[in-house]
Design a protein around this ligand. Structure first.
Ligand code: ZN
Length: 403
Protein backbone atom coordinates (compact mmCIF):
# COMPACT_ATOMS: atom_id res chain seq x y z
CA UNK A 1 0.00 0.00 0.00
CA UNK A 2 1.38 3.40 -0.99
CA UNK A 3 2.16 6.15 1.52
CA UNK A 4 1.81 9.12 -0.89
CA UNK A 5 -0.53 12.02 -0.24
CA UNK A 6 -2.45 11.55 -3.47
CA UNK A 7 -5.76 13.51 -3.07
CA UNK A 8 -7.54 10.60 -4.73
CA UNK A 9 -6.50 8.29 -1.93
CA UNK A 10 -9.20 9.45 0.52
CA UNK A 11 -11.81 9.05 -2.23
CA UNK A 12 -10.39 5.60 -2.91
CA UNK A 13 -10.71 4.79 0.79
CA UNK A 14 -14.41 5.76 0.73
CA UNK A 15 -15.00 3.49 -2.27
CA UNK A 16 -13.31 0.66 -0.38
CA UNK A 17 -15.42 1.45 2.71
CA UNK A 18 -18.61 1.37 0.66
CA UNK A 19 -17.62 -1.95 -0.93
CA UNK A 20 -16.81 -3.25 2.54
CA UNK A 21 -20.29 -2.32 3.79
CA UNK A 22 -21.80 -4.16 0.79
CA UNK A 23 -19.66 -7.18 1.55
CA UNK A 24 -20.75 -7.12 5.19
CA UNK A 25 -24.43 -7.03 4.15
CA UNK A 26 -23.93 -9.98 1.83
CA UNK A 27 -22.10 -11.89 4.55
CA UNK A 28 -24.90 -11.21 7.05
CA UNK A 29 -26.89 -14.09 5.57
CA UNK A 30 -24.11 -16.62 6.20
CA UNK A 31 -23.02 -18.20 9.50
CA UNK A 32 -22.18 -15.92 12.48
CA UNK A 33 -18.55 -16.97 13.22
CA UNK A 34 -17.70 -16.58 9.56
CA UNK A 35 -19.35 -13.16 9.64
CA UNK A 36 -17.22 -11.98 12.59
CA UNK A 37 -13.99 -13.16 10.99
CA UNK A 38 -14.82 -11.57 7.67
CA UNK A 39 -15.96 -8.35 9.33
CA UNK A 40 -12.68 -8.14 11.23
CA UNK A 41 -10.70 -8.60 7.99
CA UNK A 42 -12.70 -5.97 6.13
CA UNK A 43 -12.51 -3.51 9.04
CA UNK A 44 -8.74 -4.00 9.22
CA UNK A 45 -8.35 -3.35 5.48
CA UNK A 46 -10.56 -0.25 5.57
CA UNK A 47 -8.72 1.12 8.61
CA UNK A 48 -5.38 0.66 6.87
CA UNK A 49 -6.67 2.47 3.80
CA UNK A 50 -7.90 5.41 5.88
CA UNK A 51 -4.92 5.69 8.22
CA UNK A 52 -1.90 4.83 6.10
CA UNK A 53 -2.09 7.77 3.69
CA UNK A 54 -2.35 10.20 6.63
CA UNK A 55 0.48 8.72 8.64
CA UNK A 56 3.63 10.09 7.03
CA UNK A 57 5.62 9.57 10.25
CA UNK A 58 5.74 5.76 10.09
CA UNK A 59 9.03 4.44 11.49
CA UNK A 60 11.65 3.42 8.96
CA UNK A 61 11.45 -0.26 8.14
CA UNK A 62 13.66 -2.29 10.51
CA UNK A 63 16.44 -3.76 8.46
CA UNK A 64 20.04 -4.84 8.83
CA UNK A 65 22.53 -2.87 10.91
CA UNK A 66 25.77 -1.76 9.33
CA UNK A 67 28.57 -1.91 11.87
CA UNK A 68 32.35 -2.31 11.59
CA UNK A 69 32.54 -4.44 8.41
CA UNK A 70 29.28 -6.33 8.75
CA UNK A 71 25.58 -6.23 8.03
CA UNK A 72 23.62 -7.81 10.86
CA UNK A 73 20.12 -8.91 9.92
CA UNK A 74 17.10 -8.67 12.24
CA UNK A 75 17.03 -11.74 14.49
CA UNK A 76 20.75 -12.37 13.99
CA UNK A 77 23.65 -12.62 16.46
CA UNK A 78 27.07 -11.90 14.94
CA UNK A 79 30.63 -11.47 16.16
CA UNK A 80 32.62 -8.82 14.28
CA UNK A 81 36.27 -7.92 14.77
CA UNK A 82 37.29 -4.29 15.12
CA UNK A 83 40.92 -3.55 14.25
CA UNK A 84 42.62 -1.64 17.08
CA UNK A 85 46.23 -1.39 15.94
CA UNK A 86 49.24 -3.67 15.90
CA UNK A 87 51.67 -5.30 18.33
CA UNK A 88 55.39 -4.46 18.55
CA UNK A 89 55.89 -7.36 16.14
CA UNK A 90 53.58 -5.78 13.58
CA UNK A 91 50.74 -8.27 14.08
CA UNK A 92 47.33 -6.72 13.76
CA UNK A 93 45.18 -6.68 16.90
CA UNK A 94 41.41 -6.71 16.89
CA UNK A 95 38.73 -6.86 19.53
CA UNK A 96 35.44 -8.77 19.23
CA UNK A 97 32.22 -6.81 18.87
CA UNK A 98 29.16 -8.96 19.57
CA UNK A 99 25.93 -7.73 17.99
CA UNK A 100 22.38 -8.89 18.65
CA UNK A 101 19.97 -7.36 16.15
CA UNK A 102 16.43 -7.63 17.45
CA UNK A 103 13.48 -8.52 15.27
CA UNK A 104 11.63 -5.36 16.22
CA UNK A 105 12.59 -1.70 16.15
CA UNK A 106 14.04 -0.23 19.35
CA UNK A 107 17.05 1.50 20.95
CA UNK A 108 20.69 0.49 20.55
CA UNK A 109 22.22 -0.40 23.91
CA UNK A 110 26.01 -0.75 24.00
CA UNK A 111 27.90 -2.62 26.72
CA UNK A 112 31.63 -2.03 26.96
CA UNK A 113 34.08 -3.63 29.39
CA UNK A 114 37.80 -4.22 29.77
CA UNK A 115 38.82 -0.68 28.81
CA UNK A 116 41.11 -1.27 31.76
CA UNK A 117 42.45 -4.67 30.75
CA UNK A 118 42.74 -5.99 34.33
CA UNK A 119 39.09 -5.25 35.28
CA UNK A 120 37.45 -8.55 34.50
CA UNK A 121 34.10 -8.43 36.34
CA UNK A 122 32.67 -6.43 33.42
CA UNK A 123 34.00 -8.90 30.85
CA UNK A 124 31.93 -11.63 32.49
CA UNK A 125 28.90 -9.38 32.94
CA UNK A 126 28.83 -8.54 29.23
CA UNK A 127 29.37 -12.18 28.27
CA UNK A 128 26.45 -13.38 30.42
CA UNK A 129 24.13 -10.53 29.44
CA UNK A 130 24.68 -11.24 25.73
CA UNK A 131 24.48 -15.00 26.18
CA UNK A 132 21.09 -14.96 27.88
CA UNK A 133 19.45 -12.69 25.30
CA UNK A 134 17.88 -14.12 22.15
CA UNK A 135 17.70 -11.56 19.31
CA UNK A 136 14.33 -13.08 18.37
CA UNK A 137 12.94 -11.74 21.66
CA UNK A 138 14.65 -8.36 21.34
CA UNK A 139 13.33 -4.96 20.30
CA UNK A 140 16.33 -2.91 19.25
CA UNK A 141 19.99 -3.82 19.19
CA UNK A 142 22.61 -4.78 21.76
CA UNK A 143 26.26 -4.20 20.93
CA UNK A 144 28.81 -5.73 23.32
CA UNK A 145 32.54 -4.97 23.39
CA UNK A 146 33.69 -7.13 26.33
CA UNK A 147 37.47 -6.62 25.93
CA UNK A 148 37.74 -3.09 24.59
CA UNK A 149 41.43 -2.79 25.54
CA UNK A 150 42.56 -6.09 24.02
CA UNK A 151 46.22 -5.06 24.34
CA UNK A 152 45.82 -4.68 28.12
CA UNK A 153 43.52 -7.68 28.51
CA UNK A 154 46.11 -10.02 26.96
CA UNK A 155 48.68 -8.83 29.50
CA UNK A 156 46.25 -8.56 32.45
CA UNK A 157 47.19 -4.89 32.56
CA UNK A 158 45.13 -1.78 33.16
CA UNK A 159 47.22 0.04 30.58
CA UNK A 160 48.22 -0.14 26.96
CA UNK A 161 51.75 -1.42 26.20
CA UNK A 162 53.07 2.18 26.28
CA UNK A 163 51.66 2.67 29.82
CA UNK A 164 48.90 4.95 28.60
CA UNK A 165 45.42 4.67 30.08
CA UNK A 166 42.99 4.12 27.17
CA UNK A 167 40.20 5.62 29.27
CA UNK A 168 41.80 9.07 29.18
CA UNK A 169 41.85 9.41 25.40
CA UNK A 170 38.24 9.41 24.18
CA UNK A 171 36.90 10.38 21.70
CA UNK A 172 40.39 9.90 20.25
CA UNK A 173 42.36 11.17 17.33
CA UNK A 174 43.28 9.20 14.16
CA UNK A 175 46.71 10.84 14.08
CA UNK A 176 47.45 10.91 17.80
CA UNK A 177 49.17 8.55 20.25
CA UNK A 178 48.48 4.82 20.06
CA UNK A 179 45.89 5.22 22.86
CA UNK A 180 44.24 8.05 21.00
CA UNK A 181 44.09 6.05 17.76
CA UNK A 182 42.52 3.03 19.47
CA UNK A 183 40.02 5.31 21.22
CA UNK A 184 39.19 6.87 17.86
CA UNK A 185 38.50 3.47 16.26
CA UNK A 186 36.21 2.41 19.09
CA UNK A 187 34.44 5.73 19.29
CA UNK A 188 33.84 6.40 15.62
CA UNK A 189 33.03 2.85 14.52
CA UNK A 190 31.02 1.63 17.52
CA UNK A 191 30.16 4.23 20.18
CA UNK A 192 28.66 6.73 17.74
CA UNK A 193 26.21 3.99 16.66
CA UNK A 194 24.99 3.58 20.25
CA UNK A 195 21.83 5.11 21.61
CA UNK A 196 22.74 4.25 25.21
CA UNK A 197 25.99 3.07 26.79
CA UNK A 198 27.01 1.13 29.90
CA UNK A 199 30.76 0.94 30.55
CA UNK A 200 31.82 -1.64 33.17
CA UNK A 201 34.70 -1.04 35.58
CA UNK A 202 36.09 -2.03 38.97
CA UNK A 203 38.19 -0.11 41.48
CA UNK A 204 41.79 0.43 40.36
CA UNK A 205 44.97 -1.03 41.91
CA UNK A 206 44.12 -2.67 45.21
CA UNK A 207 40.92 -0.76 45.66
CA UNK A 208 37.45 -2.14 45.95
CA UNK A 209 34.18 -0.36 45.20
CA UNK A 210 30.73 -0.95 46.54
CA UNK A 211 28.65 -1.87 43.46
CA UNK A 212 27.56 1.49 42.12
CA UNK A 213 26.41 3.39 39.06
CA UNK A 214 28.29 6.59 38.24
CA UNK A 215 26.72 9.09 35.92
CA UNK A 216 26.33 12.79 35.22
CA UNK A 217 23.02 13.18 37.04
CA UNK A 218 22.76 16.85 36.10
CA UNK A 219 21.55 15.73 32.64
CA UNK A 220 17.93 14.52 32.78
CA UNK A 221 18.33 11.94 29.99
CA UNK A 222 21.37 10.46 31.76
CA UNK A 223 19.62 10.57 35.14
CA UNK A 224 16.65 8.47 34.02
CA UNK A 225 18.90 6.00 32.22
CA UNK A 226 21.20 5.66 35.26
CA UNK A 227 18.32 5.17 37.70
CA UNK A 228 16.90 2.46 35.41
CA UNK A 229 19.93 0.22 35.94
CA UNK A 230 18.51 -0.43 39.39
CA UNK A 231 21.76 -0.21 41.37
CA UNK A 232 21.20 0.42 45.08
CA UNK A 233 23.96 3.03 44.94
CA UNK A 234 24.10 5.83 42.36
CA UNK A 235 26.88 8.45 42.43
CA UNK A 236 26.84 11.77 40.59
CA UNK A 237 30.09 12.25 38.73
CA UNK A 238 30.96 13.92 35.42
CA UNK A 239 34.09 11.83 34.88
CA UNK A 240 37.58 12.90 33.86
CA UNK A 241 37.88 14.50 30.41
CA UNK A 242 38.93 11.69 28.07
CA UNK A 243 36.89 9.05 29.90
CA UNK A 244 34.63 7.08 27.53
CA UNK A 245 31.48 7.80 29.55
CA UNK A 246 32.03 11.56 29.46
CA UNK A 247 32.95 11.60 25.75
CA UNK A 248 29.83 9.55 24.95
CA UNK A 249 27.55 11.92 26.89
CA UNK A 250 29.20 14.90 25.15
CA UNK A 251 28.43 13.18 21.83
CA UNK A 252 24.74 12.82 22.80
CA UNK A 253 24.82 9.19 24.00
CA UNK A 254 23.43 8.83 27.56
CA UNK A 255 26.06 6.79 29.39
CA UNK A 256 26.74 5.33 32.81
CA UNK A 257 29.58 3.46 34.44
CA UNK A 258 28.91 0.43 36.60
CA UNK A 259 31.69 -0.09 39.13
CA UNK A 260 31.94 -3.27 41.13
CA UNK A 261 34.75 -5.05 42.92
CA UNK A 262 38.48 -4.78 42.27
CA UNK A 263 40.83 -5.66 39.39
CA UNK A 264 41.97 -9.21 38.59
CA UNK A 265 39.12 -10.77 40.51
CA UNK A 266 35.74 -12.21 39.52
CA UNK A 267 33.09 -11.68 42.16
CA UNK A 268 30.03 -13.78 41.49
CA UNK A 269 27.65 -11.54 43.41
CA UNK A 270 28.84 -8.38 41.65
CA UNK A 271 28.66 -10.10 38.26
CA UNK A 272 25.09 -11.22 38.97
CA UNK A 273 24.10 -7.70 40.01
CA UNK A 274 25.62 -6.31 36.83
CA UNK A 275 23.71 -8.75 34.63
CA UNK A 276 20.52 -7.90 36.50
CA UNK A 277 21.21 -4.21 35.86
CA UNK A 278 21.41 -4.85 32.12
CA UNK A 279 18.16 -6.82 32.36
CA UNK A 280 16.53 -3.88 34.15
CA UNK A 281 17.69 -1.47 31.44
CA UNK A 282 16.34 -3.73 28.68
CA UNK A 283 12.96 -3.88 30.44
CA UNK A 284 12.88 -0.12 31.12
CA UNK A 285 13.75 0.69 27.52
CA UNK A 286 11.05 -1.69 26.20
CA UNK A 287 13.74 -3.85 24.56
CA UNK A 288 12.81 -7.12 26.29
CA UNK A 289 9.51 -8.77 27.12
CA UNK A 290 10.15 -8.43 30.85
CA UNK A 291 8.19 -5.89 32.86
CA UNK A 292 10.25 -3.11 34.48
CA UNK A 293 10.87 -3.97 38.12
CA UNK A 294 10.30 -1.59 40.99
CA UNK A 295 13.59 -0.48 42.50
CA UNK A 296 13.61 -0.33 46.27
CA UNK A 297 16.08 1.27 48.66
CA UNK A 298 18.05 3.14 46.01
CA UNK A 299 20.37 5.81 47.42
CA UNK A 300 21.75 8.67 45.35
CA UNK A 301 24.99 10.41 46.32
CA UNK A 302 25.52 13.86 44.87
CA UNK A 303 28.67 14.53 46.88
CA UNK A 304 31.49 12.43 48.29
CA UNK A 305 35.02 12.86 49.68
CA UNK A 306 38.28 10.99 49.94
CA UNK A 307 39.53 10.13 53.41
CA UNK A 308 43.34 10.02 53.27
CA UNK A 309 46.09 8.58 55.44
CA UNK A 310 48.40 11.20 56.99
CA UNK A 311 51.28 8.83 57.79
CA UNK A 312 53.25 6.15 56.03
CA UNK A 313 53.24 2.50 57.09
CA UNK A 314 51.02 -0.53 57.26
CA UNK A 315 47.38 0.32 56.60
CA UNK A 316 44.69 -1.90 58.10
CA UNK A 317 41.04 -0.95 57.67
CA UNK A 318 38.39 -1.44 60.33
CA UNK A 319 35.50 -0.01 58.29
CA UNK A 320 33.88 -2.04 55.52
CA UNK A 321 32.25 -1.19 52.21
CA UNK A 322 28.70 0.03 52.73
CA UNK A 323 29.28 1.05 56.38
CA UNK A 324 27.41 4.14 57.54
CA UNK A 325 29.98 6.26 59.36
CA UNK A 326 29.85 9.34 61.58
CA UNK A 327 32.14 12.39 61.39
CA UNK A 328 35.13 11.69 63.64
CA UNK A 329 34.82 7.91 63.36
CA UNK A 330 38.00 5.82 63.05
CA UNK A 331 37.99 3.88 59.76
CA UNK A 332 41.43 2.26 60.04
CA UNK A 333 45.00 2.53 61.32
CA UNK A 334 48.44 3.11 59.84
CA UNK A 335 51.31 1.53 61.81
CA UNK A 336 55.02 2.35 61.44
CA UNK A 337 56.72 -0.99 60.76
CA UNK A 338 59.75 -0.19 62.97
CA UNK A 339 58.60 2.13 65.75
CA UNK A 340 55.21 0.38 66.05
CA UNK A 341 53.58 3.80 66.40
CA UNK A 342 50.04 3.69 65.12
CA UNK A 343 47.84 6.55 63.93
CA UNK A 344 44.16 6.54 63.19
CA UNK A 345 42.54 7.21 59.83
CA UNK A 346 39.54 9.33 60.80
CA UNK A 347 36.71 10.48 58.55
CA UNK A 348 35.79 14.16 58.89
CA UNK A 349 32.61 13.33 56.96
CA UNK A 350 29.46 11.46 57.86
CA UNK A 351 28.18 9.18 55.14
CA UNK A 352 28.53 5.77 53.51
CA UNK A 353 31.80 3.99 52.61
CA UNK A 354 31.45 3.64 48.82
CA UNK A 355 35.04 2.64 48.06
CA UNK A 356 38.19 1.67 49.95
CA UNK A 357 41.74 0.48 49.55
CA UNK A 358 42.46 -3.11 50.50
CA UNK A 359 44.99 -3.52 53.34
CA UNK A 360 48.45 -2.53 52.11
CA UNK A 361 51.44 -0.26 52.77
CA UNK A 362 50.73 3.43 52.26
CA UNK A 363 52.36 6.87 52.21
CA UNK A 364 50.99 10.16 53.59
CA UNK A 365 48.21 11.44 51.34
CA UNK A 366 47.11 7.94 50.30
CA UNK A 367 43.38 7.88 49.47
CA UNK A 368 42.16 5.13 51.81
CA UNK A 369 38.35 5.49 51.69
CA UNK A 370 35.82 7.34 49.68
CA UNK A 371 32.76 8.35 51.61
CA UNK A 372 29.47 9.34 49.99
CA UNK A 373 27.61 12.11 51.79
CA UNK A 374 24.11 10.95 52.73
CA UNK A 375 21.41 13.38 51.68
CA UNK A 376 17.69 13.42 51.15
CA UNK A 377 17.80 16.78 49.43
CA UNK A 378 17.35 17.17 45.67
CA UNK A 379 20.59 18.41 44.14
CA UNK A 380 21.39 21.83 42.76
CA UNK A 381 24.09 21.68 40.09
CA UNK A 382 26.98 22.23 40.20
CA UNK A 383 27.39 20.59 43.60
CA UNK A 384 28.93 22.94 46.15
CA UNK A 385 32.15 21.72 47.78
CA UNK A 386 32.46 18.72 45.45
CA UNK A 387 35.75 16.94 44.80
CA UNK A 388 37.25 17.59 41.33
CA UNK A 389 35.57 15.71 38.48
CA UNK A 390 38.64 13.58 37.93
CA UNK A 391 39.26 12.68 41.58
CA UNK A 392 37.24 9.45 41.45
CA UNK A 393 39.22 8.18 38.49
CA UNK A 394 42.65 9.23 39.74
CA UNK A 395 42.90 8.62 43.48
CA UNK A 396 46.71 8.49 43.34
CA UNK A 397 47.28 11.58 41.32
CA UNK A 398 44.70 14.16 42.32
CA UNK A 399 45.32 16.43 45.28
CA UNK A 400 42.75 16.54 48.02
CA UNK A 401 40.45 19.52 47.84
CA UNK A 402 41.79 22.40 49.98
CA UNK A 403 39.87 22.41 53.22
ZN1 ZN B 1 38.38 0.97 35.14
Amino acid sequence: MGRSHNPDTREGSEVVASRARGALERLASSSRPRLYAAAACVFFSVTLCLIAPLNAADPEPWGPLELVDGHIQPGERRVLYLGIGETFAGHSVSTPVVVLRGVRTGPTLCLTAGIHGDEINGVEIVRRALDEMDPKDLAGTIIGVPMANMHGFRRSSRYLPDRRDLNRHFPGNPNGSSASRIAHQLFERVIRKCGLLVDFHTGSFHRRNLPQVRADLSRPEVYSFAIGFGSKTVVHNLGTPGVLRRAAVDAGVPALTYEAGEPMELREQEVRRGVEGVRNLLANQGMSKEKPRAIRGQQIFYNWHWVRANDGGIFLATAKLGDHVQAGQVLGHVTDPISNESTEVVTPYAGTVLGMAVNQVVMPGFAAFYVGVDTNQPATFPIQGAEPDDALDEPFEIDARPE
